[in-house]
Structures are given as structure tokens and as C-alpha cells.
Design a protein around this ligand. Structure first.
Ligand code: ZN
Ligand code: ZN
Length: 87
């Protein structure tokens, strides 16, 4: 039996929304990263890494991140070329 309709995932599906399950945070985008400890959402893993120092969450603002209107922490718009991530 060869299925002719294997559309389990509609291609026209709207932007996938992700939720934490432990906080009201919602975001969309596979590149986003949500911290399960402090429940902040970051636009990228880079930002997520920036707020984690030695396994502890720190204030993203102190790491040079800014929060946008959606409550997403991201890199500042002006990327002067000196984005410090201590890896
Ligand atoms: Zn965190
Ligand atoms: Zn959360």
C-alpha cells in the first residue's frame, strides 16, 4: 500500500511556535534557544551561550545582549565587530 498523501506536515503551515511548558514564553524559529533555568529566550545559541557562565545564568544585559519587544534576547543591532563570547 503506497500512500499517495503523506502530508503529515502541511508545507504551508504557519510559523512553528515553540513553547517552554514551564513558563509562558513562546517563540518561533529553530535557531532560537530558550533557557530552561532562567526561562529567557534568545535569538540564537550564541546569545544563550553568552548568558551562561560556568553553568550559571547571568544577566544577559551584562553580557552585551539587548531584549527586543518580543522579549527575545539578541545581539545589539550595531555589530561593531567586537562581540565577545567567551567560549
Ligand atoms: Zn539561563
Ligand atoms: Zn521557560
Amino acid at each position: 500500500m503506497t500512500a499517495t498523501s503523506t502530508r503529515e506536515r502541511p508545507a504551508h503551515a504557519s510559523i512553528p511556535a515553540y513553547t517552554c511548558g514551564h513558563c509562558p514564553a513562546r517563540w518561533s524559529g529553530l535557531s532560537f534557544a530558550h533557557c530552561g533555568a532562567c526561562h529567557r529566550t534568545f535569538s540564537s545559541v550564541t546569545g544563550f551561550d553568552a548568558h551562561r557562565l560556568r553553568g550559571v545564568c547571568v544577566d544577559p544585559a551584562g553580557r552585551g545582549l539587548v531584549i527586543d519587544v518580543h522579549g527575545i534576547w539578541r545581539k545589539p543591532a550595531q555589530e561593531g565587530g567586537h562581540w565577545t563570547t567567551q567560549r
